[in-house]
Ligand binder design. Structure first.
Ligand SMILES: Nc1nc2c(ncn2[C@@H]2O[C@H](COP(=O)(O)OP(=O)(O)OP(=O)(O)O)[C@@H](O)[C@H]2O)c(=O)[nH]1
Ligand SMILES: C[S@@+](CC[C@H](N)C(=O)[O-])C[C@H]1O[C@@H](n2cnc3c(N)ncnc32)[C@H](O)[C@@H]1O
Ligand code: SF4
Ligand code: SF4
Length: 310
């Protein structure tokens, strides 16, 4: 296992497998990468690089995007990562889910995170720049995934006065319960498109905690291995809370980096100084990769620190 200078172990890697999307969400951070660069690692590259990272002790791989289900070889990518024996999850907007459920299950996906910010089709359409019919298709995909036995988590970006009232939270809990899913509330991040709406739509996670508590929820633990995220249980549903803005406790528990779709290792979602792994991935150069990962770890800093001069 490798550690950074702040004693944080490197245990999880997020693969941003593309930089395009069939949605245009009002807040999208695109995982901190530029849109439409169009140069992607191949499924074979992901297989090779996953074996390498596994050998360093990384055991949890997140496949995200852009919209990962737009990649025609997404099942092959999942299979090549899963073959290493690692835990592989995919985060998706869910619109193309129905066509992929069986293939992803066979490829060995451990869980799907599906972003569903509201149960109101009209609000959904506005948030994502789609239509209410798109929302209904996502619901069909989720039902199919549940029926085929896939483990599910619903992602909700918290948006002030859009999904922060008691009824909205209650309906999301009910939806998660029907799907046998867990539910994750994520604070809005001021990056990418999130920057321009932040002042109007940011709502701290505490408002959700208050409602969850009013609904009978109780704390059941903390995800120490990832950002010290608090967990609650409400109505039989596990609720995970991502308080990622200005939270030194969250960054202190950061055990993850991102590999952009063109092979750059980002030390933090906010950081611009990525380390380029592409030449080493393409030439299957393990020594070069190890040197570069050590370099990235040496650069890594918590974005929000306990003590900061700035
Ligand atoms: N600031 C920050 N936010 C993160 C980080 N990891 C995840 N997030 C936020 O959480 C959102 C949802 O992440 P997901 O792709 O669902 O995955 P996850 O919840 O981190 O991981 P799993 O629980 O393993 O599925 C991200 O898009 C970010 O907004 C991180 O390292 N830093
Ligand atoms: C960038 S998306 C990529 C995967 C997929 N397209 C989706 O939307 O699920 C990954 C996650 O980041 C969340 N997200 C996007 N922009 C965000 C922001 N500014 N703040 C917090 N979360 C954000 C999305 O809701 C989604 O759950
Ligand atoms: S949050 Fe996901 S679905 Fe929405 S625009 Fe970004 S990548 Fe696409
Ligand atoms: S250091 Fe903080 S902001 Fe940066 S990726 Fe880790 S948790 Fe996110």
């Amino acid at each position: 296992m490798l550690f950074d200078r702040y004693g944080r172990p490197f245990q999880k890697l997020r693969y941003v497998v593309n930089d395009e999307c069939n949605y245009n969400c009002v807040f999208c951070h695109f995982e901190g990468q530029l849109r439409r660069q169009g140069s992607y690692l191949t499924a074979e590259d992901y297989g090779f690089v996953s074996s390498f990272f596994r050998s360093l002790g990384v055991a949890d791989f997140k496949i995200t995007g852009g919209e990962p289900l737009l990649r025609r070889d997404i099942d092959l990518i999942v299979a090549n990562v899963a073959k290493t024996g690692a835990y592989v999850t995919v985060t998706t907007n869910g619109y193309l889910l129905r066509g992929w459920v069986d293939k992803l299950r066979k490829a060995g996906v451990a869980r799907l995170n599906v972003s569903v910010h509201t149960t109101d089709p009209e609000k959904y359409a506005k948030i994502t720049s789609t239509s209410p019919a798109v929302f209904r298709e996502v619901m069909r995909g989720l039902a199919e995934a549940r029926d085929r036995g896939l483990s599910l988590k619903l992602n909700v970006v918290v948006l002030r006065d859009i999904n922060t009232d008691r009824q909205s939270v209650k309906e999301l809990v009910k939806l998660a319960a029907r799907l046998g899913a867990s539910l994750q509330f994520i604070e809005l991040m001021p990056t990418g498109s999130g920057t321009k709406i932040f002042d109007n739509l940011f709502e701290p996670i505490e408002s959700i905690v208050e409602i969850v508590t009013q609904l009978g929820g109780r704390p059941i633990g903390v995800r120490k291995e990832l950002h010290n995220r608090p967990l609650y249980l409400v109505g039989g549903v596990v609720v995970e809370l991502i308080k990622n803005f200005n939270n030194s406790h969250f960054c202190a528990g950061c055990t993850t980096m991102r590999l952009t779709s063109d092979g750059k290792l980002k030390t933090c979602i906010y950081a611009d100084d990525a380390v380029d792994l592409l030449p080493y991935i393409k030439s299957r150069d393990v020594e070069g990769l190890l040197y570069s990962v050590r370099l990235a770890l040496a650069k890594r800093q918590p974005k929000f620190k306990f003590y900061s001069s700035s």
